[in-house]
Ligand binder design. Sequence first.
Ligand code: SF4
Length: 297
Amino acid sequence: MSAVASPSAPAFVDPLSVPLELPARRHGRRLRLKSLSPASLRAFEKCPEAFRRTYLLEEKVPPNLSMTLGSVVGDTLARYFAGRIVGRAPGAAELDDLVLELFAAKIGDTVLGLEDDPDLGKAQCRAAVADYLTEIAPSVEPVSVERRASFRFDAEQEWRFVCYFDVECERLLADLKFGRSTVKEDRAYRDLQATAQTFMRWAERNPAEFVFHAATLERPEDGPRWQVVRAPRSIRQLLGFQRRVARVARMIAHLDATEPAEWPLAADFGWWCAPRVGGEGCPHWDRCPVGGGPIPA
Ligand code: SF4
């Protein structure tokens, strides 16, 4: 796809319809939330109460094995691209050592399921990085890694919508996905991360195409492990995304002003609203009324 054309005017949503402040956190110095992100937006839309517990009460959400493996591979390849940008790309052996180092540092905080095999996961990370270096990396011309991009609707607004670009090129953004299943086309067409990142470059008046670099834990029997999955976005989708951010910010501010205790709970058809077992399910289950947690005073 050719990149989406830049906006001709910077203001798309009436700034008066967006709260200038987000709620204060409930602990410590009670500082206000300063940002929303694709992850926190998605968390709120799945379950406002889970958002409140994660981002306002700051209840810890330890990673499962799948998240840890994705993080190890992502951090290793970020180091690789950072080296390439300054003309000192680490070699395959150095990156393999880095995988081992990162895996050792992260696995201790990981919640393992009964079926999880950390040694197998480590081997999968090593193979995925080695395959990426031959299958994808030669075709990528990075200009930055893990750049923080943000926008706000109004200069008075005290919070920003923030996201990080895994790999940024002149006309391309690439997001690395390494997990149990690959990124299917139907997901790519609606994925929030893809929409948010495409929006950011568009709002910077420097539009870019977004792609996933996606791989599965096990190498497929035929063909390469890594796939390039395009995620094109229309201008209508980008404008819809902006309204979506504004709407969620309004709802968060409204709930903070009107709901002193728990916020609305997940619908009972949400697969994520389930007991936490082996890093899957909701980390707040035992403290939430749905899971039989305490009744608020
Ligand atoms: S257990 Fe369900 S309703 Fe409660 S916080 Fe988790 S997802 Fe939301």
